[in-house]
Design a protein around this ligand. Structure first.
Ligand code: NAI
Ligand code: MG
Length: 354
């Protein structure tokens, strides 16, 4: 009998990305040992250091090098000395788009033992997942700047909404809602953006006919931002464009305790390309090098990765270890969760809980 081996590409990236991944890898290795599979890791030193040396965030054939992987794990990208649009457009966005990872799935759960900044909210009261469109919309690379430096300098940036692109994210969200509580919230701004967002609304209407068991609520993004704070317990699945989904998930991370807890998957649901998993947070330059970054967002993202490749029991084990740890008031916690422990102590504690 042969052991299953997963070919995993590691892109630790910048700031706390590599810091957390280096400490957490032994934990991931433990899970593989416990559940009888193996990882074959390839580590890429891409990111801002690479950029400062080579003038690009990753090699030109970078995507081709990743293409055969079973999955990709990314730490974080971003550096105070390099503009964020360079780092984002040089690494993260090309992978999301190039591998057609059109579902950005971001669960937001208020775990037992975590205090929400929202008064009166306790364990399990907040439990929703955002399906963010991840390949087009407002992040399309369409536009330009003219008349630079002149008084009439102009910038144009267009958003791209295709029928195929919109339909598939909306359908994925309906499917998720059908498998959860049966409630879908579509977030748009169709009062102001009467072309793209009304088109989005039309597609939601069409796809809803395939899912008679799912109730559909429509919210404008400003109202949704308010309601995620006012009544987060009423949400189940949210579906939104690239930009709106990005903003809403930062609210989701905050109301469920910390950026240090929020996981995400950039998922290509087909077989053609690998998916990529990453914590929602960035490179956190304000705490880099201190050894206090919360590794739990990465650990939960790794759990999503395992689920995606089909190792559900291992994925559950990792997710449960995190839940067990944060519900235990005597367990180590990083400062963002009100504790004084370091990254390493948190990972060691998780290893003992597996
Ligand atoms: P950030 O997520 O890096 O940090 C925001 C705040 O949350 C900071 O106070 C930070 O210390 C804290 N934080 C984040 N992750 C944490 C963790 N694991 N444990 C404890 N505290 C944590 O966002 P920010 O400061 O806006 O951006 C910093 C850099 O990261 C920028 O260059 C930005 O472009 C980049 N970025 C990259 C992302 C990615 O790789 N997907 C996502 C967001 C930002
Ligand atoms: Mg974001």
């Amino acid at each position: 009998q042969t052991t299953t081996t997963y070919d995993i590409e590691l892109i630790p990236g910048d700031g706390i990305g590599p810091e957390v991944l280096d400490v957490a890898l032994p934990l991931f290795q433990d899970v593989a040992d416990d559940y009888g599979f193996e990882f074959d890791f390839t580590r890429r030193d891409w990111g801002t250091e690479y950029y400062l040396e080579h003038g690009e965030m990753m090699p030109e054939d970078g995507l081709a090098e990743l293409a055969d992987a079973d999955s990709i794990f990314l730490g974080a990208v971003g550096h105070p000395e390099v503009p964020d649009h360079v780092t984002l457009h040089g690494l993260l966005l090309p992978i999301r788009k190039g591998f057609d990872q059109y579902v950005c799935k971001r669960p937001n759960v208020l775990f037992e033992g975590i205090e929400s900044p929202l008064k009166g909210y306790g364990a399990g009261d907040i439990d929703f997942v955002v399906y963010r469109e991840n390949t087009e919309g407002e992040y399309a690379d369409i536009g330009g700047r003219e008349h630079r430096g002149l008084g009439h300098e102009t910038a144009v940036q267009s958003a791209l909404f295709t029928r195929q692109g919109t339909e598939r994210i909306v359908r994925a969200a309906f499917q998720a809602a059908a498998e959860r509580e049966g409630h879908l919230t579509s977030v748009t701004k169709s009062n102001a953006q009467a072309h793209s967002m009304v088109f989005w609304d039309d597609i939601v209407e069409e796809v809803s006919e395939e899912y008679p068991g799912v109730t559909v609520e429509r919210l404008l993004v400003d109202a949704a931002s308010m309601d995620l704070i006012r009544r987060p317990h009423e949400f189940d699945v949210l579906v939104a464009s690239n930009l709106f989904g990005d903003v809403l998930t930062d609210i989701g991370a905050q109301i469920t305790g910390s950026m240090g807890l929020a996981p995400s998957g950039n998922i290509h649901p087909g077989e053609e390309y690998p998916s990529m998993f990453e914590p929602v947070h960035g490179s956190a330059p304000d705490i880099v090098g201190e050894g206090v970054a919360n590794p739990l967002a990465s650990v939960l993202s790794w759990s999503m990765l395992l689920e995606d490749v089909g190792e559900e029991a291992a994925a559950d084990a990792l997710w449960s270890a995190v839940i067990g740890q944060i519900s235990d008031q005597s367990a180590p916690r990083t400062p963002d969760l009100g504790g004084d422990a370091g990254t390493e102590a948190v990972v060691e504690d998780l290893r003992s809980r597996l």
